[in-house]
Design a protein around this ligand. Structure first.
Ligand SMILES: NC(=O)c1ccc[n+]([C@@H]2O[C@H](COP(=O)([O-])OP(=O)(O)OC[C@H]3O[C@@H](n4cnc5c(N)ncnc54)[C@H](O)[C@@H]3O)[C@@H](O)[C@H]2O)c1
Length: 492
């Protein structure tokens, strides 16, 4: 039975919902469905805690993150197994996700000794000018189920090292990671009230967070639809909001590409995490001269994919998170057929024998896809790939950019000129060359253009921009009133 973590105390709740292992349908935990009341309790605690926390020197705040990183390291395998249990992703990916959290802890702990500001010459004599980062106050993070620990660390670690207090609403599908991370922070000695975890539905707890007048920042990762609702409410309240949303990512394969490498890149980024990544490859834009060969090699590799329970080390493709996601994916496949795309592989839920108690979908490949079809435009968030044929690099880039999202893209080519043209013209926040569309590193900014985000970034030092304000400080040590914004000579 999971409990909320508010003001350093574990608090049970009378209303609970089941947490289900998507690989076999078993109930693995029960999680609170909290209300506005718990959100307000958490905010009141956070307001008090933040005032003290902001006064702790940043290198000391960072010490807590070093401890968090070390505890995560010791518990890495256990955390990875819990992650696979609640989320379904295969164990090697779960280990990778926990490692991202560990890396983020040490990286952001280092920021405790940097949090660089700027000094700059002042216009006037005997005057000093600088701009420094200061915490915003009480911040909220709202996270999705597909990366239940990594995304939370991308947001909460910079927020905490910068001196904020955090209210975290995790996805109800994957609350165990949030529960464990809060336990780790408790063990690491984070003062009470600096991190508060409130479980519950987006429509209740999430909305209460967004509407709470004492929360100054909302950092959200999730769907475009929910992001837009949050953005409009935050806009109404003039509240800072960071949005990381969906993707419709493409791999471009040029006629000079190493085709085996391209196939490996596509398979990994399209069917890893069963396609349930914001950066998942869901379009392959291929030069017409190599299309047939690429399709042949892709089909051969797809046949070798082992599907099943992610705890089995041999399995490469795990389950879909739940029934409604499975139905949504299948709905898109049916739509693709009606739109006239040609189904080359998959196209059905797996319901027989070992799959019958979980939610699994066969890796699916469409060809003869027109860039305007809905399967080539909308986020499917499942193991479904559409092949679109083009005749030139320019056309490939145009097709890549013709969607409302702009998260990740990739190009396979051996031509350095094409590489540089592509990285200049692809309208996405992340561009990979000779690699698939997935595989972010935590010390670089993560996010996208257009419908993927609103200009902010998770991870990297850029994440600090979400959780800090710039304060400009002028120190006049002349001993007289010097007036700026008038002719400098007047002060002589
Ligand atoms: N760009 C990125 O960094 C990134 C990373 C991972 C996932 N995603 C995206 O996330 C989506 C999948 O995740 P999901 O299904 O959990 O997304 P979702 O939008 O349904 O939910 C995300 C979070 O928002 C909460 N929420 C729902 N309604 C809310 C409301 N009205 N007010 C406040 N909070 C609310 C949910 O409870 C959950 O915690 C995909 O679109 C994927 O592309 C984006």
């Amino acid at each position: 039975m999971l409990e909320n973590y508010i003001d350093g105390k574990w608090k049970g709740h009378s209303t609970l919902t089941d947490v289900i292992n998507p690989a076999n349908g078993e109930i693995i935990a029960k999680v609170p469905l909290s209300s506005e009341k718990e959100v307000d309790e958490a905010v009141q605690a956070a307001k008090i805690a933040q005032k003290q926390w902001a006064k702790v020197p940043a290198p000391q705040r960072a010490e807590v993150l070093y401890k968090v990183g070390n505890i995560m390291k010791e518990r890495k395998e256990e955390l990875a197994r819990l992650l696979t249990l609640e989320n379904g992703k295969v164990i090697e990916e779960a280990r990778g996700e926990v490692q991202e959290g560990i890396d983020m802890a040490f990286y952001m702990a280092g920021e405790g000794r940097r949090l660089f500001g700027q000094t700059t010459p002042a216009e006037l004599k005997d005057k000093f000018a600088m701009s420094i980062r200061v915490p915003v106050g009480v911040v909220a993070i709202v996270t999705p189920w597909n990366f239940p620990i990594a995304i939370a660390t991308w947001k909460s670690f910079p927020a905490i090292v910068a001196g904020n207090a955090v209210i975290w609403k995790p996805a109800t599908e994957t609350p165990i990671m949030a529960y464990e991370l809060a336990k780790i922070f408790e063990e690491a000695g984070l003062p009470k009230g600096v991190l508060n975890v409130v479980f519950g539905k987006g429509s209740i707890v999430g909305e209460a967070i967004v509407q709470h007048p004492d929360i100054q920042v909302v950092s959200f990762t999730g769907s475009n639809e929910v992001g837009r609702t949050i953005a409009s409410e935050c806009g109404r309240q003039l509240k800072k909001v960071s949005l990381e949303m969906g993707g419709k990512n493409a791999v471009i394969v040029m006629d000079d590409a190493d085709l085996d490498l391209a196939v490996d890149g596509i398979i990994w980024s399209a069917f890893g995490t069963s396609g349930q990544r914001c950066t998942a490859c869901s379009r392959v834009i291929v030069h017409k001269d190599v299309q047939k060969e690429l399709e042949k090699r892709l089909l051969e590799k797809m046949e070798q994919l082992t599907i099943g329970n992610g705890l089995d080390e041999q399995v490469k493709v795990g389950p879909i998170i739940n029934q409604s996601s499975l139905e949504k994916i299948h709905g898109y496949v049916e739509l693709g057929k009606r739109e006239g795309a040609k189904l080359l592989a998959g196209g059905f839920p797996l319901t027989e024998n070992e799959y019958k108690y979980g939610w699994f979908y066969a890796p699916t490949l469409f060809t003869n896809v027109h860039p305007n079809m809905r399967i080539a435009q909308e986020e499917i968030f499942g193991p479904v790939v559409s092949i679109i044929s083009v005749s030139s690099l320019e056309e490939a880039i145009e097709v890549n950019n013709q969607v409302s999202y702009g998260l990740s893209s990739s190009i396979f080519t051996r031509d350095v000129n094409r590489v540089f043209k592509a990285q200049r013209d692809l309208d996405t926040g992340i561009v990979y060359v000779n690699a698939g569309t997935i595989g972010a590193e935590i010390h670089l900014p993560f996010g996208g253009t257009k419908g993927t985000g609103n200009g902010h970034r998770d991870s990297g030092v850029q994440a600090l921009d979400v959780f800090t304000e710039w304060r400009t400080v002028y120190v006049d040590y002349s001993g007289k009133l010097q007036r700026a914004q008038i002719d400098i000579e007047s002060n002589e």
